[in-house]
Design a protein around this ligand. Structure first.
Ligand SMILES: [Zn+2]
Length: 396
């Protein structure tokens, strides 16, 4: 269980922060002051948390963000639906894409931001308005970055893939997403979570023959046929391939079962749903073949295995010089991303991408969602150094 937010008593009143780029934010923090002009990133994240943006209702948040970005003369801003792309065009040899989703899951009694010491509590603080705050602050305060920048703020990540705002941009103006590498600001506690695992959802339908339960030998029980299939899944030993130093631990789980006709009928059909997470050393086709092969001994002529959803994996991309430098210069911890994220969409475009954001993913989507100052400042400091300090990176 996530810890509960602290009670309001004792919490500091949140300090206000004017967000106009023409106005230096009056809120400073002892650590933040050294890394990002004078912006208090926890306070800025709180401002974003207080602007609600539950999936499909991001419009007003995006209106505000668009106005903020359009104030910045060094950025060219394009809006597609409720998605924003803001680009520099400085003729640099490399272009870095900084991308993040604007939406949150529904409110769970935590819609209002509250800062208590160096912790910000509130919906979206970790997933992922802390990352958005860092991007926005960089957009405002680094007008001449060492590498061209593309900021991508997209809608509807927290819902089914078919609604993805990133997919909407890809369908309309994919060239806007072009870049040499990409960082997704999903919460990783300011570590690098490289690539992502692919995901496949299967429906397995086993057939039988109906009969009266008083005379079951006249039929064939489809539910009973699940037994060896479930044993196969329960006995599955996960592959743990190591790719570029990152260990990806695969998973294969039965997630639901549906079947039965009536209390006195031998069932003639059962549907088992399976979710498979696979490492990026396999393609979706290879992962599918693996599952089909595993279940093959239990599948008969009238049975079916259907794929109902497929999300491709993304290989770690830490050999890219910009990403390598980000890791090396900041001594960042590197680990594999075991879930799926939108880095896979960039990978499909041929853009190396990885996850790097402030906040702890394990508190995301919980009533106790929060963001710690040290996390957001560590993330911001690393990105700011990459954008402002000349490095040995050459065009790839
Ligand atoms: Zn997220």
């Amino acid at each position: 269980m996530p810890p509960s937010p602290p009670c309001a008593q004792g919490a500091q009143p949140r300090r206000s922060c004017l967000l106009s780029p023409a106005t230096v934010c009056p809120v400073t923090s002892p650590v933040g002051a050294s890394q990002s002009a004078e912006t208090d990133l926890l306070a800025l994240t709180a401002e974003l948390v207080d602007r609600p943006s539950v999936s499909f209702e991001e419009g007003p948040f995006v209106d505000w963000l668009e106005a903020e970005l359009r104030r910045l003369p060094h950025l060219t801003v394009t809006r597609i639906g409720d998605n924003l792309v803001a680009r520099t065009d400085l003729g640099r040899s490399q272009r870095l894409v900084l991308a993040g989703h604007t939406d949150t899951v529904p409110v769970s009694g935590n819609g209002e931001a509250r800062i208590d010491g160096d912790v910000l509590w509130g919906l979206g603080s970790a997933d992922m308005k802390g990352g958005l705050a860092v991007f926005l602050d960089l957009a405002r305060t680094v007008p001449e970055p060492e590498h061209d920048l593309t900021f991508v703020f997209y809608a509807r990540e927290e819902v089914a893939h078919e609604h993805s705002g990133l997919a909407e941009i890809l369908a309309v103006q994919p060239e806007l997403l072009a870049g040499d590498c990409a960082l997704l600001g999903e919460p990783t506690s300011a570590a690098i979570e490289a690539g992502c695992q692919g995901a496949l959802r299967f429906e397995v339908v086993l057939t039988g023959a109906r009969a009266h339960t008083a005379r079951p030998w006249m039929g064939r029980n489809a539910v009973h046929r699940l037994a060896p299939v479930l044993a196969e899944l329960a006995g599955y030993r996960a592959r743990r391939p190591v790719i570029d130093g990152c260990e990806y631990r695969e998973a294969l789980q039965a997630v639901s079962v549906e079947g039965g006709v009536a209390g006195n009928v031998v069932p003639d059909s059962v549907t088992l749903r399976i979710h498979h997470r696979y490492a990026p050393d396999r393609t979706a086709a290879e992962a599918e073949a693996f599952v089909r092969g595993l279940l093959a001994p239990h599948i008969e002529h009238d049975d079916r295995i259907d794929i109902v959803d497929s999300s491709s994996a993304c290989a770690p991309s830490l050999t890219h010089p910009l990403l390598r430098r980000l890791v090396d210069d900041n001594g960042l911890e590197v680990r594999a991303k075991l879930g799926w994220t939108d880095v896979a969409r960039f990978d499909e475009l041929g853009i190396p991408a990885t996850n790097f954001g402030p906040g702890d993913a394990t508190v995301a989507h919980t009533p106790g969602e929060r963001l710690e100052r040290a996390s957001v400042e560590r993330h911001a400091r690393a990105l700011r150094a990459l954008l402002t300090e000349p490095g040995p990176v050459e065009a790839s």
